[in-house]
Design a binder for this molecule. Structure first.
Ligand SMILES: Nc1nc2c(ncn2[C@@H]2O[C@H](COP(=O)(O)OP(=O)(O)OP(=O)(O)O)[C@@H](O)[C@H]2O)c(=O)[nH]1
Length: 529
């Protein structure tokens, strides 16, 4: 099963924590900037609407003021038609405020008009607005309405009275709405953007007086909360769905003198498009910082994990004597790793001490002090793993049963010890002298050829047969010699071959050495007792 190692775990946790922090701050920045942008746009639109409402109000007052000034001059000129013509021409031409100027008598007859092209001079006007202006006898701004030529206009009028209060009629000026030649249109301008921003003016009856799309002028705006608010006389801003169901950031302000409302609105999406660009820029900047941070984290996690990793790997091969040395070489550069290393070294020292003692007891023959069969097997296994060539001498004391029978078991034991010492004396330190069981022994000779091993066996056989045994007489041995991998590729087969050679030596009369695959090479009869 796949298990995360410490370094990956640290790296993963740190990256996860960093990413979460990053996401969190990114989200928080987004929310803050989002709110700021919305608030800023709402406030900008409110200020813009208020400025235009104020300008419209001032513009209408100034227009009214022009008419009022003229009205003070007109009573003196009333019976001088040329002067009246000159006055309407001045009113029309001086500021360009009015698209048409009229002087109307109390009976509705038009005394003068500008421009002349209107062709209304001398006629009696009985339109609703003209009559309303006559009846008002005070300064008046009409509701927007369609004039005789079908243009939407607003009509401003100022009563004309003599000094003694006699009412003579009025002087009035028409201002086109929603037409390029309208002075109010010029004032409000044609400020609209490609991004769907809008600026429009509504009258008290929700009719559009000004809009970037002239075809909409005169239409009624319903279901727009900004329009509802501004017609209640409120100034402010709000996020809303307009009549086209578009999410808008709207600012609005009323025109005090007329009860109209100015609304400036911008689609939320247009405002937030800038935010997306900004967030992308922030993300890029953050990544510039994050990538080196990630590399630093990776490097640091490697540094922290390395000693623990090395200790862990060594712990997997605890039983090897090299483990202690490997642990000693681990660079434990911080406190916890150092403590762990010391604990492992102590534990290992204790363990190896105990194991060493146990092992020694386990593989030693108590009677002779030689390596027992288990130790022999262990050594053979290791040599095979290490591909260590060796020779085998299997040997057996001849007629040992008679020794026991004639001298007792204890003397038999002493004879076994005696043979062991002699075996020890002919072997090198790298050789392994084993008592494989009973009165059977095995001599394992690493890095020794079959011939050299045969010579050792022969020397040993001669030595034993000429050295006095604890019985007071001499014992002899028979021996079989084989080689790994010279005699066979399998170690058990080589041992078997050595045994077979030994039994051939026995069969052929004992006290001799037989090399596997060869004729016996040594025989010498020696008395047993
Ligand atoms: N004293 C003593 N005798 C042992 C020990 N282990 C085995 N023996 C004896 O060794 C003798 C082996 O006898 P056998 O297997 O008949 O062989 P042998 O008498 O040596 O005859 P060959 O091997 O044919 O020459 C037996 O009598 C065992 O009791 C031991 O640890 N001490």
């Amino acid at each position: 099963m796949y298990r995360l190692d410490l370094r990956r775990l640290i790296l993963l946790l740190t990256i996860a924590a960093t990413l979460l922090t990053l996401l969190n701050s990114f989200h928080a920045s987004y929310r803050t900037l989002y709110r700021q942008l919305i608030a800023q746009t709402l406030e900008a639109n409110r200020a813009y609407a208020a400025k235009l409402a104020h300008s419209t109000d001032n513009f209408l007052k100034a227009a009214q003021q022009q008419l009022a000034y003229s009205a003070t001059l007109l009573p003196e000129l009333f019976d001088r038609p040329e002067q009246l013509d000159a006055e309407v021409a001045r009113l029309k031409g001086q500021t360009g405020t009015f698209n048409g100027v009229f002087i109307v008598r109390t009976d509705g007859r038009v005394l003068a008009t500008a421009p002349n092209s209107l062709g209304l001079a001398g006629s009696v006007l009985k339109t609703q607005e003209m009559l309303a202006a006559l009846r008002a006898r005070q300064p008046r701004i009409s509701a927007p309405y369609a004039g005789v030529r079908g243009y939407l206009l607003v009509f401003l009028s100022q009563p004309i009275s003599t000094r003694d209060g006699r009412y003579l009629g009025y002087v009035g000026g028409a201002i086109h709405l929603g037409k390029h030649d309208g002075s109010l249109q010029a004032l409000l301008g044609n400020h609209y953007y490609q991004d769907g921003s809008q600026l429009y003016v509504v009258d008290a009856n929700r009719h559009l007086l000004h809009h970037q799309d002239p075809s909409q002028i005169g239409e009624i705006v319903n279901g727009n909360p900004a329009v509802e608010a501004v017609l209640r006389g409120e100034e402010g801003s709000r996020q809303l769905l307009d009549s086209q169901r578009t999410d808008m950031l709207a600012g609005y302000a009323p025109v005090a003198s007329t009860g109209w409302g100015v609304v400036a609105q911008r689609p939320s999406t247009a405002t937030l498009a800038a935010l997306d660009d900004l967030m992308l820029e922030i993300l890029f900047d953050v990544l510039l910082f994050f990538v080196p941070l990630l590399v630093a984290i990776w490097w640091l996690s490697k540094l922290i994990a390395r000693p623990l990793q090395q200790l862990a790997i060594t712990a997997r091969h605890w039983e090897f004597s090299s483990a202690q040395e490997q642990i000693r070489h681990v660079h434990s550069w911080y406190f916890e790793a150092e403590q762990l290393k010391l604990a492992m070294l102590n534990g290992l020292a204790l363990l190896h001490g105990k194991l060493g003692r146990l092992n020694q007891e386990n593989i030693t023959d108590p009677l002779t002090g030689l390596v027992n069969r288990r130790g022999q097997q262990f050594a053979l296994k290791r040599w095979q793993e290490q591909q260590q060539p060796f020779a085998v001498i299997a040997l057996d004391i001849d007629h040992f049963k008679q020794v026991n029978d004639n001298h007792g078991h204890d003397v038999g034991d002493q004879v076994l010890q005696h043979v062991s010492h002699l075996m020890d004396s002919v072997s090198r330190s790298s050789d392994l002298v084993c008592r494989s069981g009973g009165e059977e022994f095995v001599l394992l000779l690493p890095e020794t050829s079959l011939e050299a091993a045969t010579q050792v066996a022969e020397r040993l056989r001669g030595l034993i047969s000429h050295t006095q045994a604890p019985t007071g007489a001499f014992v002899t041995i028979s021996a079989g010699v084989a080689h790994w991998p010279g005699s066979a590729s399998s170690v058990p087969t080589v041992l078997k071959l050595a045994d077979e050679a030994l039994y051939r030596a026995k069969r052929n009369g004992r006290n001799r050495v037989v090399v596997t695959g060869q004729q016996e090479i040594g025989s010498e009869d020696a008395p047993l007792d």
